[in-house]
Design a protein around this ligand. Structure first.
Ligand SMILES: [Zn+2]
Length: 224
C-alpha cells in the first residue's frame, strides 16, 4: 500500500486531508508539529483524529524555534489574537515560515518512510491571506523536492498534494462529510480554550463554511 504523510494540525482542513488521502488509497502517516501554538488544544485533537483513523505511528514534533522567535499572535503572548474579522492584510496570526518548515520536515519523514505523497490542507480561497498557503509557494517547494532530495534526483519526487487549495470552506466540509471525516474531534479556534470562541478569524471561517454547507458544526462554541 502506498504511503502518504499528512500534515495534521487537528483542525478542520488537515483532518479533511486525512479523509481524502485515505479515500485515495493511501496508508496514512500523520505528522503533527508542536510549535508552541496558543491553541494547544489542537495537539489533543490531532491525537484523537489519528486514533480515529487507526494509524500505527503519529510523531508529534517539537518546533520550539517558532516560539523562541515569536512574531505571531499564535506563538507570542505579547501579541493578541484579533477579533475584528477578516481584513485584506496579512494578519498577525501569520506564523513566519511555518509551512516552509513543516513541509521540509514532512519531506524528511516522507523520504525515510518511502512515502509517495505529502498532504497539506492549505487553502487559497477561504483563508486568512497567508503567503505560504498560495499555489506559487507550493509549486516552489515542489521544485525544491525534485532537485534537493534523494527521491527527487532518483526520479520519484515526493508529490505535495493540496486537495483543498481551490475549494471554499463549504466545499471542504461537504466533501469531508461524504467521507465521514470526524469533525467533532477537530478544533479551529485560535484561542485554544475549552470552548471555541466563535469570533476569531478561524472560528468565523469555520462557522461560515458549515452554514454555507447547510450543516451543523458538531463542536461547542462560547457564542455563535
Ligand atoms: Zn475562535
Amino acid at each position: 500500500m502506498a504511503k502518504a504523510v499528512v500534515i495534521l494540525s487537528g483542525g478542520l482542513d488537515s483532518t479533511t486531508c486525512m479523509g481524502i488521502a485515505q479515500d485515495e488509497g493511501y496508508e496514512l502517516f500523520p505528522i503533527t508539529f508542536d510549535y508552541g501554538q496558543r491553541h494547544r488544544r489542537e495537539l489533543e485533537c490531532a491525537q484523537q483524529v489519528a486514533r480515529h483513523y487507526g494509524v500505527t505511528k503519529h510523531p508529534i514534533i517539537p518546533v520550539d524555534f517558532l516560539r523562541q522567535i515569536g512574531g505571531s499572535a499564535l506563538t507570542d503572548e505579547e501579541i493578541s489574537v484579533p477579533q475584528s474579522g477578516l481584513s485584506h492584510e496579512i494578519p498577525v496570526t501569520y506564523v513566519p515560515g511555518r509551512n516552509l518548515l513543516f513541509l521540509s520536515m514532512a519531506a524528511s519523514y516522507a523520504e525515510v518512510l518511502g512515502a509517495e505523497a505529502i498532504y497539506i490542507g492549505v487553502n487559497a480561497l477561504d483563508y486568512s491571506g497567508y503567503p505560504d498557503c498560495r499555489p506559487e509557494f507550493i509549486e516552489g517547494v515542489q521544485h525544491v523536492l525534485r532537485i534537493g532530495t534523494k527521491a527527487g534526483v532518483e526520479g520519484h519526487a515526493i508529490q505535495i498534494e493540496t486537495p483543498l487549495l481551490h475549494w471554499t470552506k463549504s466545499q471542504i466540509i461537504r466533501r469531508g462529510t461524504e467521507l465521514q471525516v470526524p469533525y467533532e474531534l477537530t478544533t479551529s479556534c485560535y484561542l485554544g480554550e475549552e470552548l471555541a470562541c466563535g469570533e476569531c478569524d478561524s472560528c468565523r471561517l469555520r462557522l461560515k463554511g458549515f452554514a454555507e454547507a447547510g450543516r451543523e458544526d458538531p463542536i461547542p462554541y462560547r457564542r455563535r
